[in-house]
Ligand binder design. Structure first.
Ligand code: ATP
Ligand code: MG
Length: 411
């Protein structure tokens, strides 16, 4: 990507009404555009980060045998009436509208009921089980407060996975597989060490559900953890959960956290309400077991910004950065052009600052944008024998050769 041609622009200031650090930085660095509170467009750099997060999740979901699909944003009222969740008193985030003929429709805030209704047509016999399907989908929620930037959007991207089973044992064992896949995702995003699977309030089927909570000052939740970080409980179920697992709640310390994922066993609760059945081996009608599993894709991006950025700007982990290398030319375009081509030939993603701008501006923008490896080509660097190299997370640069750069990048 040549910065001179890329649709982006860094800004001196974020909009005055933006209070969240993640959104302020992402707007200033040219990754997102604020349409209104809780509603953000993703410009190419931001889109690149989202796609990288999605690619990791997609790989891990495919590894546990789930298939990707895409549901719709317009939903039928009847789909939600069966479980009582069309009611605004029950679900207070609905955006609803009507077709020209007056038919009520809802804008998808979740796809649980919608997917279950669809799956019924595909899973009629025990032979059709288990089913595991997922999507990356924009959810629309009329959230009361949207002050956390992309961590709480009125429009946001979620990965939602649903699994349907013929027996409880099968649901339980798939649930455990998903836990493993989630742990890999958070590890690969670079927040594995600060993300915990926690006891959260449950539902009809089990006493507790599980959430994945990342320690983060900008988070809206509170997590109680023990010293060696082996126990993590959400504040809302503290008494219940500590009793259940037999720990003294005074041994747990509260920390602020953000819910980045939520996994939930419904058992047969929803299929009973929606009359979703299949025929078992003996030809008998049975209710299907359902579990659902979410990851907040855009929230993960916001949490990473909140946790890793510094006073100079964004800091991306290599796995999700919009590019691996930020190449800056300071009056040495010919040499920089050549290096740009060499790196691209090796499939390295490069953000190349080929703009006609002052060196100071280019360096400040490189820090603000936060790509991991910064490489400067200038007459000075060439005189000293090569390239000026600096990691975004370090303050000192050093001169390295072309070959040394390739070694650092593992090519
Ligand atoms: P919260 O308690 O934060 O409102 P939730 O319980 O409504 O979350 P789910 O419906 O389980 O969340 O959605 C699954 C995941 O989607 C959450 O774990 C979170 O990471 C993400 N998420 C939920 N609401 C939002 C939002 N408004 N903006 C961004 N991400 C969200
Ligand atoms: Mg919510």
């Amino acid at each position: 990507m040549r910065l001179s041609k890329l649709f982006t622009k860094t800004l001196k200031n974020a909009p005055a009404d933006e209070v969240a650090k993640n959104a302020q930085l992402l707007i200033r660095a040219g990754f997102i555009y604020k349409v209104m509170a809780g509603v953000y467009a993703y410009t190419p750099l931001g889109f690149g980060v989202l796609e990288n997060i999605k690619a990791i999740v997609r790989e891990e979901m495919n590894n546990i045998g789930a298939s990707e699909l895409i549901m719709t944003s317009l939903q039928k009222k009847e789909t939600w009436e069966g479980t009582g969740r069309w009611d605004d008193e029950v679900v207070d985030v609905w955006f609803k509208t009507a077709l020209k003929d007056g038919t009520d429709v809802g804008l998808a805030w979740s796809h649980e009921e919608a997917i279950l209704e669809m799956l019924q047509q595909f899973a009629k016999s025990y032979k059709d089980f288990p089913v595991a399907v997922y999507q990356f989908q924009t959810k629309l929620r009329n959230e009361l407060r949207a002050k956390s930037g992309i961590m709480r959007g009125r429009e946001f991207v979620m990965k939602d996975l649903y699994s349907l089973h013929a027996s409880q044992e099968d649901m339980d064992s798939y649930y455990n597989l998903v836990i493993g896949a989630y742990e890999k995702c958070f590890e690969r995003f670079g927040i594995g060490d600060s993300t915990f699977m926690t006891f959260a309030s449950g539902g009809a089927f089990t006493k507790f559900s599980h959430e994945f909570q990342t320690i983060c000052d900008a988070g809206e939740d509170v997590l109680y953890i023990n010293d060696d970080q082996t126990i993590a409980v959400n504040e809302e179920v503290l008494d219940d959960a500590t009793q259940e697992i037999g720990v003294d709640k005074s041994s747990l310390t509260p920390v602020k956290s953000a819910e980045v994922g939520n996994i939930f066993k419904f058992g047969t609760e929803k299929s009973e309400k929606m009359k979703i059945t299949f025929t078992d081996k003996n030809g008998k009608e049975q209710y299907a077991y359902l579990a659902s599993y979410g990851i907040g894709i855009t929230r993960v991006m916001g949490v990473i910004v909140e946790k890793l950025s510094d006073e100079n700007g964004l800091v991306w982990p290599e796995s999700i950065a919009p590019a691996r290398v930020h190449l800056v030319s300071i009056g040495a375009d010919e040499e920089a052009d050549k290096l740009y081509q060499d790196l691209r030939d090796k499939d390295i993603s490069v953000l190349y600052d080929d703009r006609d701008a002052r060196a100071g501006e280019k360096f400040a923008d490189a820090d603000l944008i936060g790509v991991p490896h910064r490489v400067v080509v200038s007459n000075k660097s060439l005189e000293k024998g090569g390239l000026e190299y600096k990691l975004r997370t370090e303050s000192n640069s050093k001169i390295i050769t072309h070959d040394e750069l390739f070694k650092i990048l593992d090519i």
